[in-house]
Design a protein around this ligand. Structure first.
Ligand SMILES: [Zn+2]
Length: 224
């Protein structure tokens, strides 16, 4: 699987009958990787692409400056002032830039084009054991293993999720993440990163942490 995923970073056509699957559970520790579709990672540039963009910038700057220095010397002229003195004059930098900049941009644009051709990837991470793997963008998520519905029904403790309320959905997601052992601070940071108000998130995640802890101890949970 790893080999397969890496081979495909350059966008090679894969056998169309079996798309690459990103795991639902961590292959290393078996924790659920992302309990809601919203928390799954988006596309990102590979390190190789980012390094190429950086190289393009450095190449443009280096060629531009070198050309400025070379052209300035080449097109300088001297005027004898008598007594062995000469006046050395240089062409204006603006004029030299008209030549140097287009020349420097050619390799820069070429390298940038190569970088833009590198397909973006999805980095799938486990928050529990730090396992991570890159997948091509055409990889699909493995579907969730069918959980026994009796689990929810019998305990009656799982909060009822109102799909129409994003905050309720967010709470359910946070609870599931904490329950699966992800650090509450991680969960808070992710939600705050998504734009939820910090104060609300911290109070809510703290509640989730307590509820998850109480459930682990098997204590009856008091609902308000
Ligand atoms: Zn793991």
């Amino acid at each position: 699987m790893t080999r397969h995923a890496i081979d495909n970073l350059w966008g090679m056509p894969t056998s169309s009958d079996s798309p690459i699957r990103m795991p639902y559970r961590c292959p290393a520790c078996d924790k659920t990787l992302y309990s809601s579709a919203a928390s799954r990672p988006g596309p990102s540039s590979t390190l190789r692409a980012r390094l190429l963009y950086l190289t393009a910038g450095i190449v443009v700057a280096a060629i531009y400056l070198t050309l400025l220095i070379v052209l300035r010397e080449k097109f300088s002229w001297t005027t004898p002032l008598g007594n062995g003195w000469v006046l050395v004059q240089y062409p204006p930098v603006k004029l030299l830039s008209l030549v140097a900049l287009p020349v420097a941009l050619v390799p820069g644009v070429a390298i940038g084009w190569i970088a833009s051709r590198i397909p973006r990837v999805r980095v799938v991470r486990c928050w529990s054991c730090r396992w991570s793997q890159r997948f091509p963008l055409n990889a699909v998520w493995a579907s969730a293993p069918s959980e026994p519905a009796a689990h929810r029904g019998s305990t009656g403790i799982q909060p009822i999720v109102d799909d129409s309320d994003p905050w309720e959905e967010c709470k359910a997601w946070a609870y599931a993440e904490v329950r699966q052992g992800r650090l509450p601070e991680d969960v808070s940071e992710e939600l705050i990163g998504q734009g939820w108000p910090r104060d609300d998130v911290e109070i809510m995640v703290e509640q989730c942490r307590r509820e998850a802890r109480d459930r682990r101890r098997g204590e009856p949970r008091v609902r308000r």
